[in-house]
Design a protein around this ligand. Sequence first.
Ligand code: SF4
Length: 464
Amino acid sequence: MNEKKFNVLKKNFFYIESYGCQMNISDNEIVISILLNNGFFLTENLKIANIILLNSCSIRSKVELAIKNRLQKLKYLKKEKPILFGILGCLSNSMKKNFLDNNLINFTIGPDSYKKIPSIIRLSMKGEKISHIFSSKKETYNNIKPFRKKNKITAFLSITRGCDNMCTFCIVPFTRGREISRDPYSIIKECKTLYKKGFKEVTLLGQNVDSYVWFGSDELKKRIYKKIYTENKKIIDFSKLLDLLAIEIPFMRIRFSTSNPHDMSNKVIEVISKHSNICKHIHLPVQSGSDKILKLMNRKYTRKQYLSLIQKIKSIIPECSISHDIMTGFCNEDEKDHQETISLMNEVKYNYGYMFSYSPRPGTYSYNKLKDNVPEFIKKKRLQEIIDLQRNHSIFQMKKYIGKIQEVLIEGESKKNNQYWYGKNTQNIVIVFPKKTYKIGETVFIKIMDYTSATLMGIGIEKK
Ligand code: SF4
């Protein structure tokens, strides 16, 4: 890029892409809002954009590679016009070094520095190379109204940022910093605004939602939170927050993600069962079925404790679906450990899950202190085994829906057939069905006729 040619005063259009988790998608909405309020214009057209932002995730090496490939592909734009490239989100130092120091990009901005993005872009336009990555104990973006696309009916809302858990394989505590919970009053207010705008479902996000906690100051408690605080319940934990939200937005569906098994309390399970508008689905990453590996990962629960939590969920909310994250091939994982993961999966029979093999991330404990000693071909083989097993379990779970009637919130047109809608039931299972005269945002009753491992198919019926 010829920085001298960059006209800082002309209209600046930014284009943004997101990689990684739901948290990044939610952060995109914050970044867009900040830029729109500071004289920048959003575009979905790369030809128009003169600022390209890639919101990254460094939890897995795959994403780093995907971003590298994307930057290579977009390189041609530099020949056509003055253009800036910036990487946002969870950035490892290696990413910063690889991309910024090698002139592939102009700036990097960490998740706690988004309010600085307009000034960083302006400085980059003058030719400065900038990296602004620091973690804050205060930043929650409470006062930013996230940008949300029109005609959407589901929204993400962050309730915590960062994580204190220090799993040995994870970069999040270093890139997103210590855990901070967001003020409950602003969460309730934003949910109510979403409902007024036509949203029908909200997903509460956090790296570890179950450790949400809000103390507030005495003065604030008296003046603002009278409704929230009661004499003997001065602290708002996640169960209380869910309870309050379910009452305050009774016609909105509430989901949440992600739960750490170590922090999920009985109270949370009871609150989920008590309210019909809290969805009956829990994403409960286990990572491994072996105590030896869980310990090496610093997951703070044992296989037995995890299984007893599953038991509790199933006994209090029998219809609850459960999904997982499993990592295969972690340091020192042997065949016995792998078989313990297989046996745990057989015991739980998850509805679905996200599976991947271990890749050491620079800056983490496992990268610095443990040996990545499982050969790649064994990692691949074990990963394939758990993927195949999960597919069987998903089919087993899906079969149970045949002939049943499901309440489905319509989210949009099916990608495979424009004569069909798709939506989800309370268990977060995707259901497709003929459009009839239904509209997006409606809740309809669907009789399930068929299934694949990932989708249910049905027809709309009148519920008497
Ligand atoms: S709970 Fe563990 S895996 Fe999840 S974000 Fe925190 S440190 Fe990372």
